[in-house]
Design a binder for this molecule. Structure first.
Ligand SMILES: *Cc1c(COP(=O)(O)O)cnc(C)c1O
Length: 398
């Protein structure tokens, strides 16, 4: 029997669930973009964004998505013909490398398999061999949303410092910010990018570049930076329109203000702890189901798993069947597997993901797990029943 009417639940790794407070904040007439409440609100958001990133550096806000942010920060720091090192731990690492290449930047890629975090020792070896310091930046994805692995960004800083290598350390925190613990200044990250539609709980369309004094200095050494991507005026605008190099994304900003209020009220440490507890419930259930049958978590080591997204394999075609069943019968949309198989590979339908980033709580995650366990049973996929009970028992202890 079809039970999908009611409030739909998009459990994919971005766009994430939007809080009612965010939706309501956006439902208003167009504001004056030249003076008054809107400019004041934007100036007031800057310290809150830095709080979420745990930095005292600068922030530039763009009207773009995550792909735009890859390009934005490279445009400010690495010229065509110069070189970057990309230790890729999944599809998004390759995406950033591809973006750099298309800008005429030389890419040195360190390929990992689809189940491992970035290996700092392989990064060390590559940097050690770069005696002439041709590598201008190391591009690291904190949580790769395809594999759901979380890499140790602070360990990369330790390697750079050990070797005295001047390359900038850049982190893609598009999936992880305001979900997984991230401390930009303490971890020595020079440039960090994120976007509005994941942990920040706001519709897709805003991108953010955080950068420190070292990165600002590298920017000053560039002979040419395109006007739109240039972060200089955006971070320190003399006039309000320079924040966005044009018209402000008015309604996104109201939504973001509401989301930042929620994060401030909860406290960033509590936000991280909530994501950790809910991720623990998910792993407990999935590990339990997988005691029989084909279901496996992509990342074996709990310490390397993201708290924002979980990538799993059920075997073709069951991943796709389960996704369809959950959407059609129960109103829950699960994430597609991406980057886990080559395009056209029939095994591709064996993968799926849960997004659990941002505005999620205990009842949503237990509901999600209940729907998935029901789906496994309805579709006759072999599994160990009782995953939801195991998750409930786990949550009773956290
Ligand atoms: C979602 C995501 C991106 C891409 O963001 P878009 O807004 O889809 O362009 C890049 N990197 C990571 C880690 C992501 O999770």
């Amino acid at each position: 029997m079809r039970l999908s009417n009611g409030r739909p639940y998009l459990a994919i790794p971005g766009p994430s669930v939007m809080p009612d407070a965010v939706l309501q904040a956006m439902h208003r007439p167009a504001p004056n973009i030249y003076e008054g409440a809107l400019p004041e609100m934007v100036h007031g958001m800057v310290p809150d964004l830095k709080y979420v990133a745990q930095t005292s550096g600068d922030v530039a806000i763009y009207i773009t998505n995550g792909h735009g942010m890859w390009e934005a920060v490279l445009a400010n720091t690495v010229a065509p013909g110069q070189k970057v090192l990309v230790p890729a731990s999944g599809r998004f690492g390759y995406g950033w490398a591809d973006c750099a290449q298309a800008m005429g930047i030389e890419v040195q890629l360190i390929d990992h398999d689809r189940h491992s975090a970035i290996d700092p020792e392989r990064v060390r070896a590559a940097l050690e061999a770069d005696k002439a310091h041709e590598i201008k930046a190391v591009l690291a994805v904190h949580v790769d949303t395809s594999t759901s692995v979380r890499s140790d960004v602070a360990a990369l800083r330790a390697v750079l410092d050990d070797l005295g290598h001047p390359a900038l350390l850049m982190a893609d925190c598009i999936a992880s910010l305001a979900c997984d613990e991230f401390r930009m200044d303490d971890w020595g990250v020079d440039v960090m990018i994120t976007a509005s539609q994941k942990g920040l709980m706001t519709p897709p369309g805003l991108g953010f570049a955080f950068f420190n004094a070292r990165a600002a200095e590298q920017r000053r050494g560039m002979t040419q930076v395109s006007r739109y991507w240039d972060w200089t005026n955006r971070a320190n605008p003399a006039q309000f329109y320079q924040f966005f190099n044009g018209t402000a994304p008015t309604h996104h900003l109201y939504g973001l203000r509401a989301a930042l209020d929620m994060i401030r009220d909860e406290g960033i440490e509590a936000v991280w702890a909530r994501h950790a507890a809910l991720a623990g419930a998910i792993w407990t259930a999935v590990e339990h189901w997988g005691e029989q049958g084909p279901l496996t978590l992509n990342i074996r080591d709990r310490a390397l798993r993201s708290h924002a997204v979980t990538s799993m394999r059920l075997g073709a075609p069951h991943g796709e069947r389960l996704r369809q069943w959950c959407a059609e019968e129960m109103g829950v949309t699960l994430g597609l597997g991406i980057g886990m198989s080559d395009p056209g590979d029939p095994n591709g339908t064996g993968f799926f993901r849960f997004g659990h980033m941002g505005h999620v709580n205990g009842h949503m995650i237990l509901g999600l797990l209940g729907v998935v366990e029901t789906g496994l049973a309805a579709l006759d996929v072999v599994h160990q029943p009782g995953g939801v009970s195991a998750a409930a028992a786990y949550l009773a202890t956290v």
